[in-house]
Design a protein around this ligand. Structure first.
Ligand code: SF4
Ligand code: SF4
Length: 372
C-alpha cells in the first residue's frame, strides 16, 4: 500500500504465455518468433495463476507470441476459470479452427481479440505472411458462427492509417461488433521501422478518424490507452471522461513467458522488476521501491511539456511505454493531443468532471487559466 492509502493490486494481468509465433509482424512490440528456451513449465505456470488469484487478480489476458502455440494453454485457462479470474485471449487468428472456438466457449473466455491490421495486401505485408489475412477472416467468421465473444484488434501505423474506412466496412460485413484500435510505438521490431510510427500530423488524422468512427455508432470502437489524453479532441475521444494515466505497477502487471515481471507487458526490458524463479510474484509485486516510475511518480519524474502541464496530476504523462519509446523519459510524451492543440493555438475545453478533478488535484493551474 502507498503512503496515500492507494492499494497496489495486480487486478489486470497480461501474460505472454509463450514467445513463439507463427508470424513475423513488422510492428511486433516484442520481436516474438522462437519460443524462449527457459519458458515456464506447466506446473510453474499453474502455480502462478494460483498466486495471482490469491493477490486479487480479476482479469487475465493470455497473450504471446501466439498463445495458441503453447500446448497447455487450455490447462492454464481452465485453472484461471476455476480460480474465478475473468480471462481474455489475444490471437493472430492463424490457428483458430471450429474446435478451438468450442474450447474458447468451454473455457469461458470473456472475449477473444483477433489481430487484423488492414485489408488483404496491407495486412499480409505487416504480418509478413501471404496467407494470414484469409485465415484471420475465416477466424472471425468461425467466432461469429459459434457465438464466441470477440473483437478485432488493430495496431495503427503510417502503413495502415489509410485503411481504417475500408476495414470498418469489411468488419461490419463480417458481423464484427467491437474494434480495439491502438497506436504502434517504436518498440520491438518497430525499432527497425521507426519511419512507420505515426507522424504527429498522421496522429491527429487518426484521432479525427476515431472520433468519426465512434459517431457512426454501428460498432463499439475501443480506443487504446496510448491515444489522446486531454485537449479538445482528446476529451471528445473519451466523451468528456477524464483520463487517469498509466496503471502499470499500480493495478496492472505484465508477465513474460520466462517469468520476468514488469508493470506492463509492452514496457521495454529495463522495466523488468524481477523473475518469479528468483522470488515469488508476490515478493516482486510488494518489493519496496518496486515499479517506482509509477508508484513514486512526482512532478520531477516528468520532463518536457509534461513537467508543467496542468493535467499532470491526472494524466502522469499518458502511456509510459509510448513516452519512454519516443522520448526516453517516463513522462515526456510527444503523442499528447493537448500539447498538439496548444501549439496550434487551441485552448482546452474541459468537461465538468475534469474541472472538478483539477480543482482537487491542481487548483493552481485553474487560477492561471480562464477555464476555472
Ligand atoms: S502534456 Fe503530458 S501530462 Fe499533460 S496531458 Fe499531455 S501527456 Fe498528459
Ligand atoms: S504502459 Fe501504456 S499500455 Fe501499459 S499499462 Fe501503461 S498506459 Fe497501458
Amino acid at each position: 500500500m502507498s503512503s496515500n492509502g492507494f492499494t497496489f493490486r495486480p487486478e489486470n494481468v497480461v501474460w505472454e504465455i509463450t514467445f513463439a509465433c507463427n508470424m513475423q509482424c513488422i510492428h511486433c512490440g516484442t520481436s516474438a518468433g522462437k519460443r524462449r528456451p527457459d519458458e515456464l513449465t506447466t506446473d510453474e505456470a499453474l502455480n502462478l495463476v494460483d498466486e495471482l488469484a490469491d493477490l486479487g487478480c480479476k482479469s487475465l489476458t493470455i497473450s504471446g507470441g501466439e498463445p495458441l502455440l503453447r500446448k497447455d494453454w487450455r490447462e492454464l485457462a481452465a485453472r484461471a476459470k476455476e480460480r474465478e479470474i475473468t480471462t481474455y485471449l489475444i490471437t493472430n487468428g492463424f490457428a483458430v479452427s471450429p474446435a478451438v472456438a468450442d474450447d474458447f466457449l468451454r473455457l469461458g473466455f470473456k472475449r477473444i481479440g483477433v489481430s487484423i491490421d488492414g485489408t488483404e495486401e496491407v495486412h499480409n505485408y505487416i504480418r509478413q505472411r501471404p496467407d494470414s489475412f484469409a485465415k484471420c477472416l475465416r477466424t472471425i467468421d468461425i467466432m461469429h458462427d459459434k457465438g464466441v465473444e470477440y473483437c478485432v484488434v488493430t495496431q495503427v501505423s503510417n502503413a495502415n492509417l489509410g485503411e481504417l474506412d475500408a476495414m470498418y466496412e469489411m468488419l461490419l460485413e463480417h458481423g464484427c461488433t467491437g474494434w480495439r484500435i491502438q497506436m504502434t510505438t517504436t518498440t520491438g521490431r518497430m525499432k527497425d521501422h521507426a519511419n512507420m510510427v505515426l507522424s504527429l500530423d498522421n496522429y491527429e488524422r487518426l484521432i479525427d478518424k476515431l472520433i468519426e468512427l465512434k459517431k457512426r455508432g454501428k460498432m463499439l470502437i475501443d480506443v487504446g490507452e496510448n491515444i489522446g489524453y486531454y485537449g479538445c479532441k482528446g476529451s471528445d475521444l473519451f466523451d468528456g471522461m477524464p483520463y487517469f494515466g498509466c496503471y502499470a505497477g499500480l493495478r496492472v502487471a505484465g508477465i513474460e513467458s520466462n517469468g520476468d515481471v514488469k508493470g506492463c507487458l509492452s514496457m521495454p526490458e529495463q522495466f523488468v522488476e524481477g523473475n518469479i524463479r528468483d522470488s515469488s510474484f508476490t515478493e516482486i509485486w510488494n518489493k519496496p521501491n518496486g515499479f517506482a516510475y509509477n508508484r513514486q511518480f512526482t512532478k520531477e519524474t516528468a520532463s518536457g511539456a509534461c513537467h508543467d502541464c496542468r493535467y499532470l496530476p491526472l494524466c502522469r504523462g499518458g502511456c509510459a511505454t509510448t513516452s519512454v519509446s519516443q522520448s526516453g523519459c517516463r513522462a515526456d510524451n510527444p503523442f499528447c493531443m493537448y500539447q498538439i492543440e496548444l501549439k496550434n493555438g487551441i485552448e482546452p475545453i474541459d468537461s465538468e468532471n475534469t474541472l472538478n478533478l483539477l480543482r482537487r488535484f491542481n487548483p493552481e493551474a485553474l487560477k492561471e487559466s480562464k477555464a476555472g
